[in-house]
Design a protein around this ligand. Structure first.
Ligand SMILES: *[C@@H]1O[C@H](CO)[C@@H](O)[C@H](O)[C@H]1NC(C)=O
Ligand SMILES: *[C@@H]1O[C@H](CO)[C@@H](O)[C@H](O)[C@H]1NC(C)=O
Ligand SMILES: *[C@@H]1O[C@H](CO)[C@@H](O)[C@H](O)[C@H]1NC(C)=O
Ligand SMILES: *[C@@H]1O[C@H](CO)[C@@H](O)[C@H](O)[C@H]1NC(C)=O
Ligand SMILES: *[C@@H]1O[C@H](CO)[C@@H](O)[C@H](O)[C@H]1NC(C)=O
Ligand SMILES: *[C@@H]1O[C@H](CO)[C@@H](O)[C@H](O)[C@H]1NC(C)=O
Ligand SMILES: *[C@@H]1O[C@H](CO)[C@@H](O)[C@H](O)[C@H]1NC(C)=O
Ligand SMILES: *[C@@H]1O[C@H](CO)[C@@H](O)[C@H](O)[C@H]1NC(C)=O
Length: 360
């Protein structure tokens, strides 16, 4: 039933995007983002192949993303019915919405709790090691479950502890009221388990709940007593602390097969399985789509590739030489000097400022 609903949605999206694509076919950089005729934008997010919106637009079902354009602003989510919201997609990573696990206590024990899970097995995604498991609480131990299988041991966890409000320091997630620990490499399942040593007895006055979540390194700033109070902690945190996923192509092909990556790109087998294609240095475009990556015209981009002399684009690079009669480094301001041997320009030799003006 769920599959049916998704298929209906896709056909609808696809028929919508077809007339749009005809108007865009002249723009070469749009076709490089996705397959011809495919929608490549959702709100302000760009969806680049192998990801795609709608049937025929993605590499395989695992790269399907769904754009809800009736939401304001439009939202993008991972396909296959997971409903996980996507914040951004880059050439190797994806940032997705967070889900915070918690357990709250009152005088008689646990009063409220929640623990979601992410099951990404058989998908292109794995949890990036940029994420840390973060625990906020004064009497809380949380650990990372990397499988729903109870017989698989947990691999990492930490303990947030404090006995008095005055011990807690804002900004320091180092064990007092807040702790962080690394996560294992390449895992595809995540769920946080939280438990308490003393059911928060002794700290209930300022800390009723323990929280556990994944957070990209340095994105979470511990708010001290304010965070421990639990007041709006979840709504404040969930929207601004994304989870980082790594993605790789996990089809039957690998880097040993030339067909995987297109022209002027290189293939990298990743250490968590699968491969990724990337444009060679000096090239840009979509390495997964024919004809592959295109040479960057560095001379047309003076901000990233400055040249204060004569700029010549070359395949994969550019040549920046000084104006005739000058020598030196054309890529830096004042990098060129008149050729000292040449007696035709005796005055200019001792007036570097003048040589710069004489260029234009
Ligand atoms: C596509 O080309 C237009 C005009 O040349 C440019 O403004 C825009 O930034 C390009 N978009 C991308 C994603 O490269
Ligand atoms: C995209 O839109 C969202 C919500 O409207 C906004 O928070 C975000 O900063 C925007 N991102 C970019 C790159 O403009
Ligand atoms: C799209 O978003 C709107 C507003 O959030 C929501 O009401 C609607 O159910 C969503 N549609 C789908 C197909 O998820
Ligand atoms: C603690 O919470 C539970 C569950 O919400 C509730 O049934 C119980 O009455 C509460 N105990 C006290 C002392 O508030
Ligand atoms: C759980 O893990 C054990 C040991 O790794 C394995 O033998 C078993 O097949 C797993 N069960 C499931 C349902 O994955
Ligand atoms: C790679 O780029 C060069 C120069 O831009 C071009 O001549 C060549 O055909 C490209 N190779 C492939 C396989 O597309
Ligand atoms: C390929 O992988 C190696 C090792 O993981 C890395 O050092 C290198 O930068 C990667 N190359 C590209 C083009 O991503
Ligand atoms: C760059 O230009 C110089 C001077 O014209 C020339 O000698 C050199 O071969 C050029 N290098 C490349 C890579 O084209």
């Amino acid at each position: 039933m769920l599959l049916l609903i998704i298929l209906v949605l896709l056909t609808f999206n696809f028929s919508l995007s077809t007339p749009l694509a005809e108007g865009n076919s002249v723009s070469s950089n749009l076709t490089a983002m996705g397959k011809p005729g495919c929608q490549t934008e959702c709100g302000n997010l760009t969806v680049k192949y192998p990801f795609g919106i709608g049937k025929g637009c993605f590499l395989d079902e695992s790269f399907e993303v769904i754009c809800n354009s009736t939401a304001d602003p439009p939202t993008l989510s991972i396909g296959s019915g997971t409903d996980i919201q996507i914040y951004s997609i880059s050439d190797s990573e994806m940032r997705i919405a967070n889900s915070i696990a918690f357990k709250c206590y009152n005088e008689s024990g646990v009063s409220e709790s929640f623990s979601g899970y992410y099951d990404l097995t058989y998908s292109p995604f794995s949890f990036s090691q940029k994420n840390k498991l973060t625990v906020v609480g004064c009497d809380d131990l949380a650990w990372f479950k990397e499988s729903e299988n109870v017989s698989v041991d947990y691999s990492s966890g930490c303990l947030g502890f404090c006995s008095e409000e005055s011990d807690v320091r804002n900004g320091y997630c180092s064990g007092i009221g807040c702790c962080q620990t690394e996560i294992p490499k390449g895992i595809q399942y995540y769920s946080a388990e939280i438990t308490s040593v003393r059911n928060h007895r002794g700290v209930l006055g300022f800390n009723r709940c323990g929280f556990a979540f994944l957070s990209e390194e340095d994105t979470f700033q511990f708010g001290g007593v304010n965070d421990l109070s639990g007041e709006n902690f979840i709504s404040r945190t969930e929207t601004v602390i994304p989870i980082v996923l790594d993605w790789t192509v996990r089809d039957e092909r690998s880097c040993s097969q030339v067909t995987a990556c297109k022209g002027n790109s290189s293939c990298n087998d990743t250490d968590v399985g699968g491969y990724r294609c990337s444009c060679k240095k000096g090239y840009d475009g979509n390495p997964y789509l024919d004809p592959g990556c295109q040479d960057i015209d560095e001379c047309a981009d003076n901000i990233n590739f400055p040249c204060y002399g004569v700029c010549t684009n070359t395949p994969g690079s550019y040549n920046c030489t000084c104006f005739p009669g000058h020598i030196g480094d054309g890529t830096t301001p004042y990098g060129c000097r008149p050729q000292a041997k040449d007696s035709k320009f005796p005055v200019v030799i001792f007036a570097p400022d003048l040589t710069v003006h004489s260029k234009d």
